[in-house]
Design a protein around this ligand. Structure first.
Ligand code: ADP
Ligand code: MG
Length: 492
């Protein structure tokens, strides 16, 4: 982003417009292997209708039994988002008829959600601490997912897969606090990171474990909120940003052409990059919400809440601050904490004795570079944190130069050997032997008499050339500081 400080505006015929965004994120509780009210499995990719209990199929007389782990995970998530945990909450039935919902109602929480107000701090530009913004969370409630309809090539055939029926979702409802596609993107990425640190949801948007309903309205800056539309089930960060961009422009054009926005539900077409009306609020269902008579209210006691809080890991914001306090640059701290796997690996590297700042630079430049080239992820990378710490120690104590360290690391990746062993076997130790270095320098200065002349006549930049030539002649093993000193002495 060019300038994090400049507000996002849409240029219309009548002047500038501001976009207002609120997101309802559905996050599947993947931390548990079973559903919200039944023991059926929830694994992704199973054959249709192989993970359906009698409860999920809504056979008559079946009763829901709350899965305690789901409640625990939602509470931990709420705590991680600095939210108010409601000690007393209740499930409600949201009644509607659809072929993917055998019960005829979804069990959700309307009146008394498990989690109340919270907040998320996001960096709109992750390289710029001054782009921080706080996005409010209105509530988090727990609810069941519905099944999935599949329509065959033949227009007359439809199938239902109830594997998702009854799967536990957390609905995380934001305040209408976002003002640009970039802010919404930053919010979703941060939310996803927090869920993955907590472990309640794997954040896998391709597999549908996280998806967003995108509420968008436009207004002239400073005016009251406008009427919003809601685009349902958007399943990638990029698509959410596209929806906001497209929907904001569409609304501005419509209003400026004399039309009015109606509150409606829309669908996103990722192939065309546009949203389309699905139904307007006038034909919205009356869901006839009422407390589910099959379920008692949830009452959380102190011991349960304490256990939830005590089980939370260090979260991205706290970790980032700790890294910065250890001398790591804000940019590197942001990169290292963005994904929980990276942060875990880096913490293990620090635990193995690596110096924080050196380790951060090495991970962001060298390790990430190597992983990218090799198409590997940090979890299954062949070099352990302890092995990396050994390599970094050899650089820190001057045994090898930074240049040689790159070579050693390549060999470590290929052979799985330890850094010290590689250095020993291949004779890669850095040398401060002035005799050997002087000999090379004398040879190079003699062979480049013209350049020596130019240098002495004031062409300072040539110093780097002499350093480079000497290092090359020494096969990268000369101590660069000694090379610099000796060259200065000889060149006068
Ligand atoms: P509903 O129950 O009809 O979905 P909510 O009040 O729960 O309505 O709001 C749903 C979402 O819409 C929230 O994320 C909220 O932030 C967002 N929202 C509310 N008003 C607006 C608005 N004027 N523009 C954009 N988003 C809005
Ligand atoms: Mg809604």
């Amino acid at each position: 982003m060019a300038d994090a400080g400049a507000p996002f505006r849409i240029e219309g015929d009548t002047g500038e417009w501001e976009v207002v965004v609120g997101l309802e994120v559905h996050a599947q509780i993947t931390a548990t292997a079973s559903k919200l009210f039944s023991g059926a499995a929830t694994a992704f990719g199973a054959e249709p209708n192989t993970q359906v209990s009698l409860v999920d199929a809504a056979m008559p007389g079946m009763l829901p039994v709350p899965n305690k782990e789901c409640i625990r995970q939602a509470v931990r998530t709420g705590m991680a988002l600095d939210a108010k945990i409601n000690r007393w909450s209740r499930f409600d039935r949201k009644n509607y008829f659809y072929a993917d919902l055998p019960q005829g109602y979804q069990i959700s929480q309307l009146y008394h959600p498990l989690v109340g107000e919270g907040e998320v701090e996001v960096l709109v530009d992750d390289k710029d601490d001054s782009s921080a913004k706080t996005i409010g969370i209105e509530r988090i409630h727990v609810e069941q997912d519905a099944g999935k309809l599949m329509h065959d090539q033949h227009p007359t055939m439809s199938y239902v897969d109830l594997n998702r029926s009854g799967v536990a979702l957390m609905e995380i409802v934001s305040r209408p606090d976002m003002r640009s596609p970039a802010e919404a993107g930053a919010y979703l990425r941060k939310l996803r990171a927090v869920l993955r640190y907590v472990g309640s949801c794997d954040g896998n948007m391709e597999e549908g474990s996280m998806r967003a309903d995108v509420n968008v309205s436009v207004r002239k800056p400073g005016d009251e909120f406008g009427t919003r539309t809601e685009t349902k089930n958007v399943n990638s960060v990029r698509f959410v940003m596209q929806v906001i961009e497209h929907e904001a422009r569409r609304q501005v054009e419509l209003i400026e052409a004399g039309g009015t926005i109606v509150q409606e539900t829309r669908l996103f077409d990722p192939d065309k990059g546009v949203t389309r009306s699905l139904r307007s609020k006038e034909d919205a269902h009356d869901y006839r919400y009422f407390p589910d008579p099959d379920l008692l209210p949830l009452e959380l006691d102190d011991a349960f809440l304490e256990e939830c809080r005590g089980s939370l890991p260090e979260l991205p914001d706290a970790k980032r601050k700790r890294y910065e306090a250890q001398g790591i640059t804000p940019y590197n701290a942001g990169v290292l904490t963005a994904e929980v796997e990276t942060a875990r690996w880096f913490d293990a590297l620090l635990d193995a004795g690596a110096e924080a700042k050196q380790a951060a630079n090495w991970v962001v430049a060298e390790l990430f570079g190597a992983l990218n080239r090799r198409g590997e992820s940090i979890e299954n990378n062949p070099v352990t944190p302890a092995a990396a710490a050994e390599l970094l120690r050899l650089v820190a104590d001057g045994t090898i130069s930074g240049t040689i360290a790159k070579q050693v690391f390549e060999i470590m990746l290929e052979s799985g050997e330890g850094a010290a062993a590689i250095v020993e076997e291949r004779g890669l130790k850095q040398t401060s032997d002035t005799g050997a270095i002087d000999a090379e320098i004398d040879r190079i200065l003699a062979a480049n008499a013209d350049k020596v002349e130019q240098y002495k006549a004031g062409k300072q930049a040539l110093f780097g050339f002499f350093v480079g030539q000497t290092m090359k002649a020494m096969q990268g093993k000369a101590n660069p500081q000694v090379v610099n000193e000796r060259l200065r002495a000889k060149l006068g």
